[in-house]
Design a protein around this ligand. Structure first.
Ligand code: ZN
Ligand code: ZN
Ligand code: ZN
Ligand code: ZN
Ligand code: ZN
Length: 337
């Protein structure tokens, strides 16, 4: 009797036997080739890992050869990041090595901006978010805790907002401080009780002053009456943009007080010398304050490309640094027409 016909399971048994035989043959082949592990130099008897033509015991490779991530110390399989001679999992690299954007906290993989406050952020945020007109930080939740609009054209961040000068009371307080600081460097006879008015927008300030300067923040009006060629009555009125940061307010006021000084002494200067000189007052306030905010404001004054407000300032400042305030004011007539 044929067994195959009696038991339907038999053919499967035969196949299994064949499988075992094939496996045995393969093992023999591997064994006879006498593969050695590149690391421990011992023969490899079963599975091995082959990298760049070198073969390793699985364990030898995992423990000693496979690249490890510098961050999590675990082996790296597949794609990884290299920085110097250090290797990282892609995800570890992004999470721990790449700088994070301070606007959206995502890793920064391409170009980014570092502002003067050392905030790093994706370049792409720059055109979508406003900058604070006072401190120039990008206004967003994480860096400035948001911000405010003043009118249609002005944006101010929440860090600067508590310092805005918007009340008469503050104006008088800061006017006193500015006069004191100017007095110390030699401006001893500035007129008393000059009215100072806060103006709600740059547009209004421009209208008042008829000055076409883009970032106009202050203006000094001067009027006098004469009789037989002698001045009999003088009137000053200072106008300053409302909602300036207190330090900036003081610096603008110092600038305007120096205009008063020039009127008072009948000094007639070119626009370049005139505005450059008045900007020395602004710089004085920032120098005395000596905060990061103020130092950045001074940097901006030096970087200002405007031929009058920027270059004029640099010229007058050169004279100031050479001669000091006393020397500058003593020889002032040489700057006149
Ligand atoms: Zn080995
Ligand atoms: Zn890792
Ligand atoms: Zn971002
Ligand atoms: Zn700000
Ligand atoms: Zn001016």
């Amino acid at each position: 009797m044929n067994l195959l016909n009696q038991n339907p399971l038999t053919p499967i048994k035969i196949t299994t036997k064949k499988g075992i035989i094939i496996f045995f043959l393969l093992w023999q082949v591997v064994n006879s080739q006498n593969i050695r592990c590149r690391l421990c130099k011992e023969t490899i008897k079963n599975q091995y890992i082959s990298v760049d033509k070198s073969k390793y015991h699985k364990k030898c490779y995992k423990d000693h050869v496979q690249p490890k991530c510098e961050i999590c110390k675990k082996p790296i399989e597949g794609v990884y990041n290299i920085e110097g001679d250090k290797k990282y999992h892609k995800i570890c690299y992004e999470d721990f090595i790449l700088p994070k954007c301070e606007v959206c906290i995502q890793p920064i993989k391409t170009t980014y901006i570092i502002d003067k406050w050392d905030n790093k952020y994706h370049k792409s945020h720059k055109n979508k978010l406003p900058n604070c007109e006072s401190c120039n930080r990008i206004i967003c939740k994480r860096i400035t805790n948001g911000g405010y609009n003043i009118g249609k054209e002005r944006s101010i961040c929440s860090l600067c907002e508590p310092f805005l000068v918007d009340k008469k009371k503050l104006v008088n307080k800061y006017a006193k401080e500015v006069k004191k600081e100017l007095h110390k460097v030699g401006f001893k006879n500035l007129p008393k009780n000059i009215p100072i008015t806060l103006v709600s927008s740059r547009k209004k300030l421009k209208k008042l002053s008829k000055i076409r300067h883009i970032n106009l923040s202050g203006y000094t009006h001067y009027e006098y009456e004469t009789l037989n060629g002698n001045i009999t009555k003088e009137d000053y009125h200072i106008y300053i943009l409302s909602n300036l940061h207190e330090i900036e307010f003081k610096s603008v006021l110092a600038h305007e007080f120096l205009h008063v000084y020039l009127f008072q002494n009948k000094y007639k200067l070119s626009p370049e010398y005139r505005e450059g000189f008045c900007n020395l007052g602004s710089q004085l306030i920032y120098e005395n304050d000596n905060s990061k905010y103020s130092n950045l404001k001074i940097d901006a004054m030096y970087e200002n490309p405007d031929p009058v407000y920027g270059l004029g300032f640099k010229k007058m400042n050169y004279v100031l640094k050479q001669n000091g305030w006393a020397g500058l004011l003593r020889d002032f007539s040489k700057f006149q027409f």
